[in-house]
Design a protein around this ligand. Structure first.
Ligand SMILES: [Zn+2]
Length: 479
């Protein structure tokens, strides 16, 4: 099969301070029309909580964006030398370790692999090949025909923990975490006995390679879309759970384009097929970046409820505490759609609905200072604190028979209400601020999270009012 050549894209960057919802809606309109690379916030779904945005766009579209901002009287700071800006930022963060990073090739001893630096796709694949052959399996091929690898360690009868890394290409810290975890289990015997570990170290190899060679902020896979100038499907919007409903773009140029149908992508379909055959799966963690946030189902809709919500919340609290005790980093936590933002088609929600009771997405460091460009000197600390968090999860998996709520059911269907009225929105706003159901010991810890949730609930209410009274708003309060 002929493969298209890729060309380095010339990018233009825009910074905009957001003063009001009107501007926020206008920024969303740009996202619908153009292939925007979100840098701050990391995703369009986080726009509601942001006072400023920074995004890049193909230089060929910049005239239209300039005109759009001028027509809407929006002040934007434009940087036409964005590739220089990105790479200078990148190398100022990483210069020491980038220059000292040695390429790792097969044939070298496993001990030479440095977990404290970022590695190319080939280096990681070569390192995986040094593992015992009975652990390394190929479960499919990517869109560009690269092998998809999974590490499967342990007895098939033991409870299984499934780990996913690198579904979003630019989140390099996630890709770096899986080899570290595999090494801990295989070499250091960390939590190896009595657990089957199924670790997907590189769910999106085509996108990861592209992020090294052409565009550091690439997120999706590399599918060529017919009749579109844009590439790629967001694999974490391509799973069959409320597919296409929230924070999903129908535009192939969108960062969150969900594909033509659920599991349209070879990467997500192969992942589904492997996971469905695991009979003893109990827990799942998908590692992402950035935000320092532990998210539990459901994200697929603000009206979906997991029957295991209380237990997932309790475990998230213990994971957050364990992470904090390692290096003092405070990971927030909460139910996806309420505490973070509603996003359909994610792997965590899909696997939870398949009957896996313990399911999390963990957003690794940092909180936005470096964003996707996390310096390499923070990698090992990020990994060690998350090993402590994961240990709490392993403890619950080992005690699964004592964990009554997790043994009640084998399926966890989402529950949706038919309509959402302004009255229900008000109830939602009130419900997310209550702490009455919490124990005293949890109350103190939950305060910061509830403040976040209250903000999200209020934002939903405000948005509803905004849409209901749009004409009045536009006539009287334009800013
Ligand atoms: Zn991600």
């Amino acid at each position: 099969m002929m493969r298209r050549n890729s060309f380095k894209t010339k990018l233009v960057g825009y910074s905009v301070n957001i003063n009001c919802d009107f501007m926020r809606e206008k920024i969303k309109a740009i996202d619908k029309e153009h292939e925007i690379q979100w840098i701050r916030p990391g995703e369009i779904g986080s726009l509601e909580d942001s006072d400023s945005v920074f995004f890049t766009i193909n230089a060929s579209s910049s005239d239209q964006i300039d005109q759009f901002f001028a027509d809407n009287n929006i002040q934007a700071e434009k940087n036409t030398n964005i590739s220089g800006l990105i790479y200078s930022t990148c190398f100022s963060c990483h210069s020491a370790s980038f220059s000292s990073a040695k390429s790792f090739q097969i044939g070298k001893t496993r001990e030479l692999f440095d977990f404290g630096v970022y590695h190319t796709l080939k280096e990681i694949q070569d390192w995986l090949k040094t593992l015992p052959t009975q652990w390394l399996k190929t479960y499919g091929k990517s869109y560009e025909n690269r092998p998809l690898h999974v590490i499967d360690i342990g007895d098939k009868k033991d409870p299984t923990i499934v780990i996913e890394c690198g579904i979003h290409a630019r989140e390099w810290v996630s890709v770096a975490f899986c080899p570290f975890l595999i090494d801990q289990i295989s070499s250091k015997k960390w939590e190896k006995e009595g657990i089957r570990w199924v670790i997907f170290p590189m769910v999106n190899p085509d996108g990861y390679r592209f992020s090294w060679r052409f565009n550091r902020f690439w997120r999706k896979n590399r599918r060529i879309i017919r009749d579109s100038p844009c590439h790629g499907v967001d694999l974490n919007r391509n799973f069959d759970i409320e597919w296409g409903r929230y924070s999903t773009s129908e535009n192939p140029c969108g960062e969150t384009f969900g594909g033509s149908k659920p599991f349209s992508e070879p990467e997500s379909a192969a992942f589904r097929d492997y996971v469905q055959k695991i009979e003893t799966k109990i827990a799942f963690v998908s590692y992402h970046a950035y935000s320092e946030f532990i998210i539990y189902p459901y994200s697929a809709s603000i009206r979906a409820n997991s029957p295991f919500k209380d237990a997932l919340r309790s475990l998230a609290l213990r994971m957050s505490d364990a992470i904090y005790n390692e290096h003092g980093r405070q990971y927030s936590y909460g139910e996806g759609a309420v505490a973070f933002y509603a996003a359909s088609g994610g792997s965590d929600d899909w696997i939870h609905k398949q009957g896996v009771p313990i399911a999390y997405t963990i957003e690794l460091r940092d909180k936005g200072l470096n964003g996707f460009l996390l310096p390499e000197n923070e990698l090992i600390d990020t990994f060690s604190e998350n090993l402590k968090g994961l240990k709490e999860l392993v403890r619950d998996v080992r005690n699964i028979t004592r964990f009554a709520q997790f043994t009640k059911a084998t399926n966890a269907p989402p529950v949706f209400s038919e309509t959402t009225s302004i009255f229900e929105m008000t109830k939602l706003k009130n419900s997310v601020t209550t702490t009455s159901e919490l124990t005293n010991i949890e109350k103190h810890k939950e305060n910061s999270e509830d403040a976040d949730k209250s903000k999200v609930g209020k934002a939903d209410l405000d948005r509803f009012i905004f849409l209901s009274f749009a004409s009045y708003f536009l006539l009287n309060t334009l800013c």
